[in-house]
Design a binder for this molecule. Structure first.
Ligand code: HEC
Length: 156
């Protein structure tokens, strides 16, 4: 008997949710799930610590590397827990500044699509890489302007 009542309640709840999702364009469903879009994007210590980098990431990088930093396997490499990224921070700054067009293996998966230059100044490149190195549970340390002083901005 109890199972039957539970089953019927579930159907009623299910119908209710379907009704909301089909009749309302507002993000009601997202709110109901307890996670709003802005929370997904802001609940990270790195947002407070690296506001400039966070802003650049959410404007420019998020489309490919995703809000989770996990990228898309085989297409856009991950930045979260990425062995390749942690191995060379100056290289990461250079890639964001000048783009990258080489085959790379990140966490055992190969990536061949090019990335165009993403930022126009070393300050922006350092800011966004420091954000990335410390987001999503990353504990990748930081990179300084001094460490990238020999990096040239190349535009063909
Ligand atoms: C249009 C998609 C796209 C955008 C936007 C983009 N990337 Fe990438 N990113 C890629 C691709 C594709 C690669 C692999 C490039 C290669 O194989 O040479 C890559 C590689 C990287 C790498 C080296 C690989 C790794 O996992 O460490 C870093 C670091 C990186 N991107 C950071 C950024 C940052 C920071 C931004 C924003 C400022 C950004 N990317 C914006 C597509 C993108």
């Amino acid at each position: 008997m109890k199972t039957k009542i539970l089953f019927i309640s579930l159907i009623i709840i299910g119908l209710g949710l379907t009704a909301i999702s089909t009749t309302n364009n507002d993000p009601v469903i997202v709110k109901n799930s307890g996670i709003s879009f802005s929370q997904v994007l802001q609940d990270d210590d790195a947002d407070a610590k690296y506001p400039l980098g966070a802003n650049i990431y959410k404007t420019k990088c998020i489309a490919c590397h995703q809000a989770t930093g996990e990228g898309m396997p085989g297409v856009f490499p991950p930045l979260k827990d990425a062995d390749y990224l942690f191995a060379d921070k100056v290289r990461a700054v250079t890639q964001v500044l000048n783009g990258s067009n080489e085959e790379m293996v990140v966490n055992g998966v190969s990536y061949t699509m090019p990335m165009t230059p993403q930022v126009d100044s070393k300050e922006d490149a350092v800011a966004v890489i420091n954000y990335v190195l410390n987001s999503w549970g990353n504990d990748g340390g930081t990179v300084t302007m001094e460490e990238v002083k020999d990096v040239k901005i190349i535009r063909e």
